[in-house]
Design a protein around this ligand. Sequence first.
Ligand SMILES: NC(=O)CC[C@H](N)C(=O)O
Length: 302
Amino acid sequence: MQSLLNEIYNDVKPMLGQGKVAGYIPALASVDPAQFGIAICDNAGEVTSVGEADTPFSIQSISKLFNLVMAMNHYGEGLWDRVGCEPSGLPFNSLVQLEYESGIPRNPFINAGALVVSDMNESRFASPHLAMRDFVRRLSANDSIFSNSDVADSEYEHRSRNAAMAYLMKAYHNFDNEVEDVLHNYFYNCAVEMSCKDLARSMNFLANRGHCVFSASDVLNKDETRQVNALLATSGLYDEAGRFAFKVGLPGKSGVGGGIVAVVPGRFSLCVWSPALNEMGNSVLGVAALESLTRRINWSVY
Ligand SMILES: NC(=O)CC[C@H](N)C(=O)O
């Protein structure tokens, strides 16, 4: 494992300097782009890493995955009446499709979908963002995970587009709670900071038929795990999901903090992080590292 990671790291490191850090969230614009780490967690819970794998970073849209799993635990199949399971083919924060499709978002990994799922969690938890923080602490066996309130506040100040989506869904009766309350929790979830090692551990249940070795619990059942992995494979990288399936062929989820998590079902989970992004909002080195990984292990879900 260690030599595999070293090879991937050396393949991709020369690309440092390409791409741009997310500028639309002011508190993220100042992150040093010259950082790169990878961590893999096998199904026994053993973690192997290279580079800056202990540095916490803003998980951003990766939180949509944890948010979804929490809602699945409470709502079961009923969740899919309010959000679809089709790739969107559009940027993560697009409003266009939502109007055409009467306020039902295409999937839970675009912002509109994550906001509906957050609305559902708002109805179930006294403090949805503290519930998610505790959930990721359990999944990654790390009690020192926190949300960065400067990042959350900065996102809240620049919330217009996300607020527009939420209000549009309210107009279509697909949003029950106060928009501002849901946005507050959504941004606190996006602003959670975790390292590659934390994220590799926290994703491991998806490689392990829903079982989390760290909390010794079944987070999802086998069928739900398969569903989440299918959604990650088709919609986890926004409008780059097709290219990602074509080149990498693994369930994965990216965030504008530069992290990408991925799953090799039955074997291991991993996280790659480098803050500079391509035009689709995905980490340049992250995507390249995952391409190198599947080439080297010569395996994909397809
Ligand atoms: N793609 C992302 O990581 C987007 C998350 C970000 N917090 C937003 O809502 O715009």
